[in-house]
Ligand binder design. Structure first.
Ligand SMILES: O=C(O)C1=C[C@@H](OP(=O)(O)O)[C@@H](O)[C@H](O)C1
Ligand SMILES: C=C(OP(=O)(O)O)C(=O)O
Length: 452
């Protein structure tokens, strides 16, 4: 079992990129796999979640030629030979690992096939609610059995069939549910509409459009006409803003720090974390340098400062849902109160992220009150080191490794293999940050240069 050992640093002065965006890499594997022609995808995220989705597409006959790899992890540049919407029946159940995105989007894609598919995942994924996708896909005519011990949970047996289009009002703001409905809609005759109660990340829409698929948007209603075939194209996946967020907080909370994250995705449905950290007092500059597959890419510079508490807005929550654990860590470093409400979705992520964040913050001396839909953090008092469990949740492991950079003593985060589900190379980067900074460490750290 691997662990992180972290000590406080005074400042962070670094410039590096983060690996490719997880949400976009899942969609790249699926949409390029469905397309007519060969797509070259660069900077694909070789994390376990995305490799499982790529494996699912391969299991359906999609040929993948690997051109470049991240050593020790997996492919980053590849040529994906699309099957022009004609997937082959997989010969065995498909492993989605730890990934809610993988399982829910693939369920949308498989619902309209002429064959049966079984999707399974690890213990965490087998406890997450799947009714949110079996409801709309069922309304479209798909028969999906939830075979898990827990009602409404994976494994999923999907009896693919010819689907009927629907207009579906999502009961929660979820890009995964929206995407599952839209992907299923590609295999219907007629118009399928997903209506979201609030704006969520729009990578599915942007990527489909960049592959030549027409969608229409009216307010929060997104519609797709079935029968369209995505046209293959080459593109680069931007760096993942959710991975960048860990370093953004590290620099923001340490006055005198300067950090530049290069080539990161700056899609406005994903950047609320920057708005919040800016509101808390860090100076942040975003420079859009290019766009790829309809997604803005650029550099972000963060100058650290004395942070102050803030209130997260209801509309911001879906935009920064995965960053809340590390925002909570920033809040513990900020003078005054930070209020996080309307975030009940956190309870059905890889762990119950309200309880795991509250417990870990308290273990480090943070003052925090737990609510059913969030928490209130009273920051500003010093954090001390603690030995903590990730509970197999990548965001918890990384958020509290960052907290260790601010705490007195040596923080130990246990069970950290899970970081590979979204951020291959995080531990190397953490070691590099510790080695390159003015670290008050009295132990040896591996000397790994900060990536240029
Ligand atoms: O569509 C996506 O790629 C994702 C959507 C979000 O989940 P929900 O749709 O459940 O909010 C997010 O938490 C997840 O990490 C990735
Ligand atoms: C919740 C997450 O992912 P998923 O839902 O795909 O497991 C995450 O990456 O924080």
């Amino acid at each position: 079992m691997s662990e992180f050992r972290v000590r406080s640093i005074r400042t962070l002065d670094a410039a590096f990129p983060v690996p490719g965006d997880k949400s976009m890499s899942h969609r790249a594997a699926m949409i390029a796999g469905l397309a007519d022609g060969v797509s070259t995808v660069r900077n694909f995220l070789p994390s376990e979640d995305c490799l499982n989705t790529l494996g699912a597409m391969r299991a359906c006959g999609v040929e993948v030629e690997v051109l470049e790899e991240m050593p020790g992890f997996g492919p980053t540049t590849m040529r994906i030979h699309g099957r022009k919407m004609e997937l082959a029946a997989p010969t065995r159940p498909i492993d989605c690992g730890n990934s809610g995105t993988g399982m829910r989007l693939l369920a949308g894609l498989f619902a309209g096939q002429s064959f049966e598919t079984e999707l399974f995942g690890d213990e965490s994924l087998s406890g997450r609610p799947m009714g949110r996708i079996t409801d709309p896909l069922g309304a479209m005519g798909a028969k999906i059995d939830c075979l898990g011990e827990k009602p409404g949970c994976a494994p999923l047996r999907i009896h693919g069939t010819k689907l009927t289009p629907i207009r579906y009002e999502l009961p929660m703001a979820s890009a995964q549910v929206k995407s599952a409905v839209l992907l299923a809609g590609m295999f219907c005759d007629g118009t399928t509409t997903a209506v979201q109660p609030a704006e969520t990340r729009d990578h599915t829409e942007r990527m489909l459009e960049s592959f030549g698929v027409k969608l229409s948007t009216e307010g929060n209603a997104i519609s797709i006409e079935g029968g369209q075939v995505p046209q293959a194209r080459d593109f680069q996946v931007p760096g993942d803003i959710s991975s960048a967020a860990f370093w953004v907080v590290a620099a923001a909370a340490l006055p005198g720090s300067r950090l530049v994250i290069k080539n990161v995705g700056l899609n406005p449905t994903r950047t609320a974390v920057l708005d919040v950290i800016e509101r808390m007092g860090a100076k942040i500059t975003r420079t859009v340098t290019s766009s790829e597959a309809g997604e803005p890419i650029g550099d972000v510079e963060i100058l650290g400062g004395k942070l102050k508490g803030t209130e997260l807005l209801k509309a911001e929550i879906p935009n920064l849902i995965d960053e809340i654990p590390v925002i909570a860590v920033a809040a513990a470093m900020a003078e005054g109160k930070t209020v996080i409400r309307n975030a009940k979705e956190l309870r059905v992520k890889e762990t119950d992220r309200i309880t795991t964040v509250v417990n870990n913050l308290r273990a480090m001396g943070g003052q925090v009150e737990e609510f059913e839909d969030g928490m209130e953090i009273t920051g500003g008092s010093p954090l001390h080191a603690a030995t903590m469990e990730s509970h197999g949740d990548h965001r918890i492991a990384m958020a509290f490794a960052i907290a260790g950079l601010f705490a007195s003593g040596e923080t130990v985060m246990r069970n950290t293999e899970c970081v590979n589900t979204s951020y291959p190379g995080f531990s190397k980067q953490l070691a590099a940050v510790l080695a390159e900074s003015k670290v008050e460490a009295d132990y040896d750290l591996p000397t790994v240069p900060v990536q240029p």
